[in-house]
Design a protein around this ligand. Structure first.
Ligand code: SAM
Length: 485
């Protein structure tokens, strides 16, 4: 390893990548400091240009591959390295699983200082491409341009027509305004790519305006494609307005419906379409008006004998097959009995609660998002489940000692919080409730480790099961069984 001073940013040569860090970057040590380098795999030797240097760590970009790691594989995606998704494609899948398993062990022991039982081997995803049931693309009137297309052969800047600048794809990492025009994405089964490409061509042929991400105005804003294991497709077209807070004209609504109808004619797999009007500066669909344009009002996913309905805004785990394995692991850990009360905290649309309901006396689900709770109640009713109750609100406000007195002391608590983990006051209420068993599901082993350290004052960890929901990403899900001491 040698260092070369660059006028702007320091370059470090011949850096040997030793491991994969928690956020998925390659990790090396330079003069006692940790260096994180994206897009590298253990065994790579690379030249790195520093982008950040702090007291305890440094970050940099690989600017030259000196020697490729023997474990490196050829990425399958033509957009690898520019698109922000599937950043671990250069790692073979068995190595990805190995690193994720290690990540869980490291986080639980280093952050949570926990004594762990033997950890079950991570449950890998049966499908490692085409595994997502939802993709959301962004229309942009100023797509990401590659250096290779910016200039004419004589070196002069190239002129582009407005159509040539239009793109429909994913945001470039860390950039709200740059969208990579996607030609092929291997995350969702076909005809997902064909639907997106058709929508793009139709929009250009009809002269529709792609969204201006700088000023948050324009016509075509997002295209969301949802699918189910048995091949139903839902397409949601999100349109913006000519000014923030404005309304689309009748002409625009007709044009948008025309696009959706043309998609339905071309792709018989599409069984439901919606128009969503987002006139806000941000991309969230909270409060956005929805117009059901054609087909059914929802698509349906089945898990054992339970059918879940999925509307345009419904939350559903994005890897359906792995969701079933995850929930099965939760049920195996919980060992529910017919005489027992089960609380499913952070229940989303009630999927875990309903999956368990027929095995227990009563299920209580609590969730922040009101629409999700409404979906949970509908799913409960449609499946003839009459022992599940759902409550909407912030966990720290809803779940208190009084709530537990009123609704019954839980024998089992399943908790599946967001990445941030649980609020300390929620942990205290859980400890007061003192269920016999808890199953903690987490998409962030670091916050899970912190929470487990608190819960382990009165609980022992009996089992740990990592699950891979998102191949080719650094994300890992982890399920932990806790038993009262
Ligand atoms: C990881 S998801 C779990 C979803 C569900 N268990 C499933 O498998 O579909 C976390 C859920 O917690 C909800 N949530 C986030 N913060 C919350 C809070 N403070 N109180 C209640 N629910 C919250 C989110 O809306 C989301 O539905």
């Amino acid at each position: 390893m040698s260092r070369k001073r660059n006028k702007e940013r320091q370059i470090i040569q011949n850096v040997s990548i030793e491991a994969v860090a928690a956020e998925g970057n390659g990790l090396a040590h330079i003069d006692g400091k940790v260096l994180f380098v994206p897009k590298c795999v253990p065994g790579d030797v690379v030249d790195v240009q520093l982008t950040r240097s702090r007291k305890g760590f440094m970050q940099g970009d690989m600017i030259r591959m000196v020697k490729e790691s023997p474990i490196r594989q050829k990425p399958f995606c033509p957009h690898y390295g520019i698109c922000g998704g599937c950043t671990w494609q250069a790692l073979p899948y068995d190595k990805q699983l190995e690193f994720k398993q290690q990540q869980v062990i490291d986080q639980l022991t280093r952050i949570g200082h926990l004594t762990l039982p033997p950890i079950s081997p991570i449950l890998g995803s049966e499908r490692i491409t085409d595994y997502r049931n939802k993709l959301e693309f962004t229309f942009s009137d100023r797509r990401w341009l590659f250096n290779s297309e910016r200039f004419n052969p004589d070196g002069t800047p190239r002129e582009f027509t407005p159509e040539e600048l239009c793109g429909l794809g994913f945001h470039i990492p860390m950039s709200f305004s740059k969208v990579l025009d996607i030609k092929e994405c291997r995350l969702q089964k076909e005809p997902s790519n064909a639907i997106r490409m058709f929508a793009r061509e139709y929009a250009l042929e009809h002269g529709f305006r792609f969204f201006d991400l700088y000023n948050h105005v324009g016509f075509l804003r997002n295209l969301m494609i949802r699918s189910t294991e048995d091949g139903q497709f839902m397409v949601n077209l999100v349109i913006g307005t000519q000014q923030i807070g404005g309304s689309p004209t009748k002409h625009e609504l007709d044009d948008a419906k025309g696009l959706l109808n043309a998609l339905c004619q071309k792709f018989p797999e599409i069984s439901s379409t919606y128009l969503i009007i987002n006139n806000k500066a941000n991309d969230s669909y909270d409060g956005c008006r929805m117009i059901h344009v054609s087909g059914k009002e929802f698509i349906t996913e089945k898990m054992e004998d339970i059918t879940f309905r999925i509307g345009p805004k419904s939350f559903y785990q994005t890897n359906s097959l792995q969701a079933y394995r995850l929930y099965s692991a939760v049920r195996d850990f919980a060992q529910p009995k017919e005489s027992e009360i089960l609380y499913d905290l952070y229940t989303g649309t009630g999927t875990i609660a309903l999956f368990m309901a027929r095995r227990v006396k009563k299920v209580i689900g609590i969730e922040y998002v009101e629409e999700a709770v409404a979906d949970a109640r509908i799913n409960s009713r449609d499946n003839g489940i009459d022992n599940a109750e759902f409550f909407a609100g912030d966990m720290k406000d809803v779940l208190d000692d009084e709530f537990i007195r009123k609704h019954g002391k839980p024998d089992i608590i399943v908790l599946d919080p967001p990445r941030a983990g649980i609020h300390p006051s929620v942990a205290q209420v859980i400890l007061n409730a003192a269920p016999d068993r808890m199953v903690y599901v987490s998409c962030n082993p670091a916050s899970q480790a912190r929470d487990l350290e608190i819960l382990c004052s009165r609980y022992n960890i009996l089992k740990v099961q990592p699950v891979d929901m998102f191949p080719h990403t650094q994300h890992v899900e982890n399920v932990v069984l806790l038993k009262k001491k």
